[in-house]
Write a protein that binds this ligand. Sequence first.
Ligand SMILES: C[S@@+](CC[C@H](N)C(=O)[O-])C[C@H]1O[C@@H](n2cnc3c(N)ncnc32)[C@H](O)[C@@H]1O
Length: 236
Amino acid sequence: MSKPAKNPAKIQTMFSSIAPRYDLLNRLLSLGRDRYWRQFAVSRLPKKQASQFLDVATGTGDVAVEIIKQHGPDTRITGIDFSEGMLELGKKKISDLGYQQLIDLRRGDVTSLDFEDEVFDAAIIAFGIRNVPDYKKSIMEMARVIKKGGRVVILEFTSMQSRFFQWIFRLYLEKILPFLGGLISGRKTAYKYLSDSVMDFPPPEEFKKIMLDSGLKEVEYHRLTFSIVTVHVGIK
Ligand SMILES: C[S@@+](CC[C@H](N)C(=O)[O-])C[C@H]1O[C@@H](n2cnc3c(N)ncnc32)[C@H](O)[C@@H]1O
C-alpha cells in the first residue's frame, strides 16, 4: 500500500474522469451492496416532516435520491460536490426522476461549506470523507451547518477487518479492484487511489474519537457487510 496523495485538484479531476462509469462500477465492484449501504446510512437521518438535509460529496446524487425515497416529497436536499463531471451526471439522474424541485445539486467544497450556521436538520456524507486531507475540519463544517440536536451521518469503507477478512479484503482492494476499475473506467490510477485511501482510513474506534473531538456527541457506529463499510452517527 502506498500513502494516498490527497491533492484536492487531482482528486477533483480524477472523479470527473471516472464519472461516466462511476455508478456502473459501484454496483459491480460492491456486488450491488452499495445500495443497501446507502439505504442504511440514510435510515439513520432524523425522521421529521419537511426536513432539510445536506448531502456532502454527493457525487452522482445516489444518497440524495435515497433520501427522497425514504423521507418523501416534502423533504428538501442540497447536494454539494467539487467535481463538475460527477455533478453533471447527478443532475441528469435527478431530472430523469423528476426530482429537480426536491434536490438542488451545486458545486462546493467539503472543507469550507458555503452555508450559514444551523441551516440543515442533518448532514450526510457517503464515501467522501476519506478523500479530504483533514477529517476533523470537514466534520466540524458539517456540524456547523446543522441545527442543534441534528445529526452528522458518515458512511465510509472500513480499513481494519478481522484478520481473516482483512486478508481477503486487501487482496480484493490491492489486486482485483484496481484491475477491474482500470479495465472498465480506463483509469487504473483512480482505483489504485481508492484502495490506498481505504486502507489509510482510520479504524472505527479511532474515527469515533475524531468525531467526538469535532464537537459531536453520542457518537455510535454500525459495521455492515462483514465490516466492509461503517456508518458513524453523531449528534450536535
Ligand atoms: C466516492 S464519491 C462518493 C459519491 C456519493 N456520495 C456516493 O455515495 O456515491 C466521492 C465524491 O467526493 C467528492 N469530493 C472529494 N473531496 C471533496 C471535497 N473536498 N469537496 C467536495 N467534494 C469532494 C468527489 O468529487 C466525489 O464525487
